[in-house]
Ligand binder design. Sequence first.
Ligand SMILES: O=C(CO)COP(=O)(O)O
Length: 251
Amino acid sequence: MRRPLVAGNWKMHGTCASIKLLLNELATQVLPAEVDVAVFPGLVYLQAVGAQVAQSDIVVGAQDCAVQLEEGALTGETSALQLADIGCSMVLVGHSERRQLQDETDSVICRKFIAAQAAGLTPVLCVGETLAEREAGQALAVVQRQIDAVLVELGVDVFAKAVIAYEPVWAIGSGLTATPEQAQDIHAQIRAHIASHSAGVAQGLRILYGGSVKAANAAELFAQADIDGGLVGGASLNAKEFGAICRAAGN
Ligand SMILES: O=C(CO)COP(=O)(O)O
């Protein structure tokens, strides 16, 4: 039985004041004990958020890390070890916005995945196809290629301590959520692909859906057999919405 995970990716949103308020409001929400809840604030807010949620069960993750683990002359970069040092336990790798805007390649993302695990962080490997790729019938092939960049390179066992987030690019920030059937179809195929290497790893692997998840659509998405929670963007900036999404992942 997989424990659901609901993760809020705050992207480049928030200020000291607004984040404090958001967390204060989130503290008034009932979050189900059987659901893991994580928030991914911008880098400069990680420590403050960590301090504010320290007495709760909410864990904190970063949105990216450097490919290099060891300290060095890499201006502007932050290593996975540094993220672990300030109390992060998870890190997103390969979010589509970084693939597109920062030209991150599959091989760079694989190196970040390695760095994350070496530092003891759980990498959340984000995968997903563009609308053009879906319309060309390439959705599964694209997702499989993105996963294989890690799977073939490192072997299946690394997924025993990782999370995959399926985020179709066309559903991100667009209000166009994948239907539960569309999402379940890809999730099931991701799990089958992992299972072709190790049934045990596939069974335990949490696969999150991301892309316009809201309180109004979360329950039917999370009811799907292979959807183990969500990676939530915009709706995670509203405590009531996010709380309701977390509750939708509960029993
Ligand atoms: O990119 C996402 C989470 O990583 C999804 O963003 P939205 O929920 O705003 O569509």
